[in-house]
Design a protein around this ligand. Structure first.
Ligand SMILES: NC(=O)c1ccc[n+]([C@@H]2O[C@H](COP(=O)([O-])OP(=O)(O)OC[C@H]3O[C@@H](n4cnc5c(N)ncnc54)[C@H](O)[C@@H]3O)[C@@H](O)[C@H]2O)c1
Ligand SMILES: [Zn+2]
Length: 366
């Protein structure tokens, strides 16, 4: 079991990582009323274990369907209704058991109920363990944009039981693995080396290495968030791979790629950009591209309109004086923030399209 301390702004809390970590919930919640928020698929698989770990009965268990389209203000209102019905007061707590959608919505409901009640995160996907549950960003989508409405509301504790991952579909697991790889490229050469040796999507990894990888990613995110709780340059480093990643998600209406898969493509694109300007060695570029590929296959990009992807880049809020702001890897374990021209971005995109195995397959068959 690992316990990683996080310091963000005034908040201090621990992330408990390990198989069996759910047992920490009882002591963490003792003495205060709380409600549990989860989703039907997560609660069906893990509700019994969570209930047993809680020790005392929650004031209510509220489930909502955790598809991205339900990550809305309407769902938050329904949660507030449920908190009221359960008699939750200012000293009450919200326990969010689920992936990033459950955490973001339940955390935002906690941030806004009676001007803020405490919450505890119990992430059940790999992505939410290493990313969304650390850092205090909570919120919902707006018809005009994803994650447009939200707040910073740090949890009181985060409990990450890797046993939850036993039921996670391979593709969701792979999605989280790309975020771990991102952390490794940003700041952790040993983690990078262990990911390169691991099986695709980290499936079948023994508990030890899996816990090490999750804990390392949490620590890296925690360090960045500690240095910079809000969106300063430091925290922006976490956007490595996300500029192209967000563009790919947007042009496919969030339907083709998991978030991590899009980030996987984005990591190769950012590495290509850095290599093209001589900031990343050929060897490190190849290592990054191979590490991304080793996590498993990603949906194709070759059939997307390049112009649409490049136009979407400019819409990703990351434009400065007509140039695009990018996080560029400059080695394994180090990245910098730089502006690049539209031409450079286009060249890098052309390069990753050429790496699309679907496209390589097509060429071969000609
Ligand atoms: N707040 C942040 O800083 C931050 C950071 C990154 C992502 N996010 C948000 O996180 C969301 C994505 O989160 P996610 O990738 O965890 O996806 P998710 O919450 O959509 O969950 C993915 C799927 O896995 C299922 N699931 C969850 N746990 C399971 C388990 N243990 N076994 C089987 N199935 C399980 C869910 O029911 C769902 O169908 C997005 O809305 C994104 O905007 C937030
Ligand atoms: Zn991400």
């Amino acid at each position: 079991m690992r316990e990683i301390p996080i310091a963000a702004g005034q908040a201090r809390y621990a992330v408990h990582v390990g198989r069996g970590a759910v047992a920490r919930l009882g002591p963490l919640l003792a003495g205060r009323p709380f409600v549990v928020v989860s989703s039907p698929p997560v609660w069906r698989r893990h509700g019994e274990r969570v209930r047993a770990a809680l020790g005392v009965a929650p004031a209510a268990v509220t489930l909502f369907r955790d598809a991205e389209r339900h990550k809305t203000a309407g769902t938050v209102q329904r949660l507030h209704d449920a908190f009221l019905r359960a008699g939750l007061a200012r000293d009450g707590r919200v326990v969010a058991v689920g992936g990033g959608v459950v955490g973001d919505v339940a955390g935002f409901a906690a941030a806004t109920y009676m001007r803020g009640v405490d919450w505890v995160g119990v992430p059940t996907t790999l992505l939410s363990m290493v990313d969304s549950s650390v850092g205090g960003k909570v919120g919902v989508n707006h018809p005009a944009a994803k994650n447009l409405v939200g707040a910073f509301h740090q949890p009181r504790a985060v409990v990450e039981d890797t046993a939850f991952l036993d039921t996670l579909p391979a593709r969701e697991r792979q999605s989280g693995a790309y975020e771990i790889l991102k952390c490794a490229i940003l700041a952790d050469p040993p983690l990078f080396a262990s990911l390169r040796k691991g099986p695709p999507a980290l499936r079948g990894w023994a508990d030890g290495p899996l816990e090490d990888a999750v804990a390392a990613a949490v620590r890296i995110k925690g360090e960045v968030v500690a240095a910079d709780e809000r969106e300063g340059d430091r925290r922006r480093l976490l956007n490595l791979g996300h500029t192209f990643g967000h563009a790919l998600e947007a042009v496919t209406a969030y339907a083709r790629f998991t978030h991590g898969e899009a980030v996987g493509w984005g990591l190769v694109a950012a590495a290509a950009l850095a290599r093209r300007r001589g900031a990343l060695s050929e060897g490190d570029f190849t290592a990054i591209a191979e590490a991304v590929d080793a996590l498993g296959p990603r949906p194709p990009i070759r059939d997307l309109r390049a112009k649409a992807v490049l136009d979407a880049l400019g819409r990703d809020k990351k434009v400065k004086d007509g140039r695009l702001v990018f996080v560029l890897p400059v080695g394994i374990g180090r990245a910098v923030i730089e502006t690049v021209s539209a031409d450079e971005a286009k060249a890098a995109y052309t390069e990753i399209v050429a790496r699309d195995p679907a496209r390589r397959g097509k060429r071969r068959s000609r």
